[in-house]
Design a binder for this molecule. Sequence first.
Ligand SMILES: [Zn+2]
Length: 60
Amino acid sequence: MPMQGFECNACGVSFEDMIAESPEQEVEIKCPQCGGKDVVRSETASEFLELLNEMGRTGG
Ligand SMILES: [Zn+2]
């Protein structure tokens, strides 16, 4: 199963969870930190991490 990045609107934590391959099957994603269900998909999670790395390299 593919991994999908999520972000919690309640506490702002980012996490990854497995999602079902069929989009019709709705799954309840819960925040691992606060247990809230108010989470959104973060499509650019990996890109954001790369950006942080780039910033780390140029900083100095
Ligand atoms: Zn949360």
